[in-house]
Design a protein around this ligand. Structure first.
Ligand SMILES: Nc1nc2c(ncn2[C@@H]2O[C@H](COP(=O)(O)OP(=O)(O)OP(=O)(O)O)[C@@H](O)[C@H]2O)c(=O)[nH]1
Length: 588
């Protein structure tokens, strides 16, 4: 199984998490922001456009209703024409309910005229003008709901020879023979455009009774568009299909007088080139347009009115508006991502600090194989309980192991020392003859080679002496074996006494002794051997029988290239000669 390092286990997931998190946020944000940037502008325009759309629809709806109601009422009740004051009261009620409906009127087929007029700018006085006195005669009266017709308005001009049937609303309605929109025009001397809807009225038998018309000043639509709070450099307008403006968010005149004739302001003739550009693309939909290097989002929505009339709402917003929103989002997002990375890094460093670092320290101490290092680990190891406990246990183990090792070392040292002593004893025992305390044959083997080598290396003389107790069998036989043993011990001690401590004295066989002497003259050796012979003669521990020795001596100075076997053979031969020549002799 593949092993994973702790560092890898911590760093890799956190690094992956950071990369994954960052990438996810980045991708999501890019996609989201791209959508946001597209949608923010679009939604903003839609909201503005919807408000205008609703307002226009709501504003225009009563015209159709009022015209229809009046048409149907008069059609079913032609007797109303007998007393136009009744209609004046009816029109007044209709106009009161709808402040912007400034004219509700009716012209009879025989040229009489009645209307209810209201100041479209909301002046407190409203005027009901009735031209009920007869055809071709206009007369104005203040309307009084109680008396229907109030006092005569002296300030209003009276027009003789006025025939309402010559007016466009009358003529157009008859020509169309149905609901007819008037052209949008300056409104009866007011600083406003106005529009009207008229319809011919027939009695149930098909007789033409007259034409009813209802018109409205469009100033309130213009004011409504100007009242909308738009972001900088944004515009909204209401226009006819031909580009003639009905209302705009700009406080500017929508018509002018040129050479005595009223002239409408159109998108194509507007002083702002942006409006001119918008006028060239007055079709339903959303598009991006550019003016003087500045981008705009441009949205157009048709507002369908009854009887084939269509107006258009146009909204223009600068790209900088939603790009700014986008940059705000981006900045917020950047902070979120940064915060996320910081959080991950913080979490990683906490894990590393509280988990990884102490574990790595413990691991390092453990792998160092140094109990000292484990013992010296700082306490507490970690704030994490389990890791701290692990560290304490490891340290306690190190202490115990340390003690155990110390004991073990002491025991091993003691045991080694004992073994050495035992070894030395064994060696001594194995190389020493028990009876005499001299070296035995094994000791001889070990030491003789060393002595020969020493002499050869140091260019010293080497003397080998082999001696044998004469007629020793007889000693044993006559005096007993224990006396024989005693004699052997005496000979050994005498030999030792007369030679130096570094000289090698060996019990070579039953009653045979060997001496190896390095660095001593032949004369000195002989002298000492003779003293040995003398000492044995006079020895107090051997009273009952005189002990003599026969000697074979070889002296080499130095013993160059002479093998030990040859030397042994030589002294053996010489000893043999000493025995045959009568014993108690030195043959050298
Ligand atoms: N008491 C005793 N006697 C031993 C010991 N080792 C060998 N002997 C005896 O030494 C004697 C040696 O006898 P031999 O080899 O015949 O030689 P010898 O009697 O000394 O005669 P020569 O050497 O020819 O002078 C034997 O009787 C052995 O039993 C020992 O450790 N103690």
């Amino acid at each position: 199984m593949k092993r994973i390092s702790l560092w890898g286990l911590i760093v890799v997931p956190f690094a992956l998490l950071a990369i994954l998190g960052g990438a996810t946020v980045y991708i999501l944000s890019t996609v989201t922001l791209a959508n946001v940037s597209d949608n923010v502008g679009w939604h903003y325009m839609r909201e503005i456009e919807s408000r205008v759309y609703d307002r226009v629809t709501e504003f225009m709806a009563p015209l159709d209703t009022v015209v229809q109601v009046n048409r149907d009422a008069i059609s079913y009740h032609p007797e109303y024409l007998d007393d136009l004051d009744v209609l004046a009261g009816r029109f007044y009620e209709q106009a009161v309910a709808y402040p912007y409906m400034t004219f509700v009127s009716f012209a009879t087929a025989d040229g009489r005229y009645v209307n209810s007029t209201r100041d479209p700018f909301g002046s407190s006085h409203h005027v009901a003008t009735n031209y009920t006195r007869g055809p071709n005669f206009l007369d104005a009266f203040n309307y009084d709901p109680v008396d229907f017709v109030g006092t005569h308005i002296e300030s209003e001009p009276t027009f003789k020879g006025y025939d309402p049937r010559t007016r466009p609303f009358y003529q157009d309605a008859l020509q169309q023979d149905g609901m007819t929109w008037s052209a949008i025009e300056p409104y009866f001397g007011y600083e406003s455009l106005g529009v009207g809807l008229s319809a011919p009225i027939y009695a149930q038998d098909g007789t033409l009774l007259g034409v009813t018309a209802t018109s409205v000043a469009l100033v309130s639509l213009d004011k409504f568009l100007q009242s909308i709070e738009l972001v900088d450099d944004s515009y909204v307008f209401l226009a006819e299909a031909n580009g003639d403006l009905i209302a705009t968010s700009r406080d500017q005149a929508l018509f002018s007088e040129e050479a005595g004739a009223m002239k409408r302001v159109s998108l194509s003739t507007y002083q702002d080139p942006l409006f001119q550009l918008a006028g060239t693309q007055l079709a339903e939909g959303t598009r991006q347009i550019e003016m003087d290097g500045k981008g705009y989002l441009y949205h157009v929505r048709p507002v369908p009115l009854p009887y084939g009339q269509t107006w258009y709402v146009g909204v223009l917003i600068p790209e900088s508006y939603y790009k700014n929103i986008l940059s705000d989002y981006s900045e917020a997002l950047m902070w979120i991502v940064l915060l996320m990375f910081l959080s991950i890094a913080l979490a990683g460093s906490f894990v590393a600090r509280f988990i990884a670092r102490p574990i790595l320290q413990l691991n390092q101490a453990a792998t160092s194989h140094s109990l000292e290092q484990i013992r010296n680990l700082p306490r507490p190891f970690s704030r994490v309980r389990e890791i701290n406990s692990l560290g304490r246990r490891l340290q306690n183990m190190a202490y115990r192991l340390s003690d155990a090792m110390q004991n073990l070392e002491q025991k091993v040292a003691q045991r080694t020392s004992d073994l050495k002593d035992e070894n030395e004893t064994l060696m001594e025992q194995s190389t020493t003859d028990e009876l005499t305390g001299l070296y035995n044959r094994r000791g001889f083997k070990l030491l003789s080679e060393q002595a020969l080598k020493q002499a050869q290396d140091q260019d010293l003389s080497l003397t080998m002496v082999l001696c044998d107790i004469d007629h020793f069998k007889m000693v044993n036989d006559s005096l007993g074996h224990s006396v024989g043993d005693q004699a052997l011990a005496v000979v050994a001690s005498v030999l030792k006494e007369h030679f130096r401590s570094e000289d090698i004295c060996v019990r070579y066989g039953g009653e045979e002794f060997m001496l190896i002497i390095v660095g001593m003259t032949r004369g000195d050796v002989m002298k000492r051997l003779n003293l040995v012979r003398q000492a044995l003669c006079d020895h107090p521990d051997l009273p009952e029988r005189r002990i003599t020795l026969s000697f074979g001596v070889t002296h080499l100075d130095p013993p160059v290239d002479t093998p030990l076997e040859i030397l042994i053979q030589e002294v053996d031969t010489k000893l043999y000669r000493a025995k045959h020549e009568g014993r108690d002799k030195i043959v050298g």
